[in-house]
Design a binder for this molecule. Structure first.
Ligand code: SF4
Ligand code: SF4
Length: 216
């Protein structure tokens, strides 16, 4: 589903901001589910993704582990990823009809597809994975609309802040004196952002920003 790319591999024409119109509209996928199949476990879930899944499925983070979500070491930190069912070669949340069973709560990377996101310092831009989605006659859609985030500004701020925190924690993990210290860093992240609950009746993004600020 996702390819590793670096900013210098992309042409200036393939760098977009949230207000840009890009040819990504695939007419509601029409039964195709290519991007949910034949991929390795590469979709890392941020705490906003996991919060949405727990709310939608009415399940705790702990109960999602082994049921669509798995923990894996990614660049020195243990983080949650979408599970792939190896026997079927597809995402655990893909239903028998080839539709996403968690569509309203699908993770940010799934919302983006066939776009990707690349960071440059504290900023990021979007790019089109040109050979990714096979749909024909795609229509132009504004990226901000494609992501269907109610509070895009708040979401963008969260994406930046979370990326900054992960970069910092990865650096700390790389400089850790041993496995125990690395594990402690991961446990702190998992507990603070994925396991500990959030205040009910209050918006989630400001709560995530509050926790990120405390951990920086
Ligand atoms: S590959 Fe394209 S058309 Fe197929 S499900 Fe994904 S986004 Fe839709
Ligand atoms: S969560 Fe939904 S959109 Fe994302 S890979 Fe799984 S089935 Fe596809």
């Amino acid at each position: 589903m996702l390819r590793e790319v670096s900013a210098d591999m992309l042409t200036p024409e393939n760098r977009f901001g949230a207000g840009d119109m890009v040819k990504i509209g695939c007419n509601d996928c029409k039964g195709c589910s290519d991007c949910c199949r034949d991929m390795e476990a590469t979709i890392v879930l941020d705490p906003y993704d996991v919060y949405r899944l727990t709310q939608f499925l009415n399940q705790s983070f702990e109960s999602l582990i082994g049921n669509g979500v798995e923990l894996s070491v990614v660049d020195g930190l243990i983080l949650p990823l979408l599970s792939m069912e190896n026997d079927k070669g597809c995402c655990r949340f893909l239903d028998e009809t080839g539709r996403c069973s968690v569509h309203p709560a699908r993770p940010g990377i799934c919302r983006l597809y066939p776009l990707g996101r690349i960071y440059e310092g504290d900023e990021f831009f979007y790019f089109l994975q040109t050979d990714a989605c096979p749909a024909k006659n795609k229509t132009k859609v504004k990226i901000k609309k494609w992501l269907s985030e109610e509070n895009y500004t708040g979401y963008e701020a969260f994406v930046r802040a979370w990326h900054g925190l992960i970069v910092k924690k990865r650096q700390a993990a790389a400089q850790a004196s041993g496995l125990e210290e690395q594990k402690a860093l991961s446990m702190e992240l998992l507990t603070t952002f994925y396991v500990n609950g959030y205040r009910r009746g209050e918006e989630i993004l400001p709560q995530l920003m509050e926790r990120i600020a405390k951990c920086m």
